[in-house]
Design a protein around this ligand. Sequence first.
Ligand code: NAD
Length: 305
Amino acid sequence: MSILVTGGAGFIGSHVVDRLVEMGEDVIIVDNLSSGSKEYVNPEADLHVIDLTDSEKLEEVMRGVEEVWHIAANPDVRIGSENPQAIYDNNVLATYRLLEAMRKVGVGRIVFTSTSTVYGEAPTPTPEDYPTIPISIYGASKVACEALIASYCHTFEMQSWIYRFANVIGKRSNHGVIYDFIMKLKRNPNELEILGDGEQNKSYIYISDCVDGMFYGLKSNEVVNIFNIGSEDQVKVKRIAEIVCEEMGLNPVFRFTGGRRGWKGDVPVMLLSIEKLKAIGWRPKYSSEEAVRLATRDLLDDLGR
Ligand code: NAD
């Protein structure tokens, strides 16, 4: 099958591409390389350096495609409070342009990477049918994307698989808390700044578990299929800092910036209910803490230790 992966040069997208290539699929990647890297691109895949808002070029590469995995986005929650336009352009507008290209060319299947932040500050573990009332611009943009996708599916006879991820971590992840801690400690091994009070308690999922979950979800055959993907437990930010320090062999002083949230729009407590995906056979292999340790080792390897 010919599959187009947006964001296939990024962290999660490049792992999805590797899996699709392993399965023998023909993979076309659309990525503007804003945060992705050519180094992550599987040599068997066909990379097109295109911005998703460029309708003309998008329609050209869409010809002959049978399925789209829409993974590209601006995934930085923090940017939302400074530059909402960047989130709107790369998430909402990009998704609209992609859906339009799919409709015009006649591509009927879309897999989409959404986020736990669509729920805002919800009771935990949060099930898929809990109302989506985001507290970040990023979360809002993903609700908008989900709504566009669902409406295109019902209006133009398309089918979608929407995955709401907890924090995904592992090799090639060049943003997020573990990456931040490693970079800060490389600059100053004696002190580690921790955003917030360190008590933020969230679920982390290792990249291979996340990719497995996405393929399990494809067994579901509704018009719009929505699944949470996360681990079944949480780990506190302070514990993540301790694990990173253990793995780097350092013993710095922790300096907390204070407050419940690390940044505006941060949801300090997050755990998703994963019962819906477990009901069709998927189980995450790693706990949050195991995922954090594995991902720390991966990133230290990526960064040459
Ligand atoms: P990433 O930044 O590594 O990957 C995003 C990719 O999209 C990059 O390669 C980037 O160059 C590309 N891109 C961005 N804007 C583009 C545009 N306008 N046109 C073409 N390409 C563009 O991020 P990631 O962590 O791999 O996230 C992948 C997806 O998963 C995103 O949709 C993100 O919102 C979602 N997600 C990630 C996490 C996480 O913890 N990493 C959690 C929840 C949801």
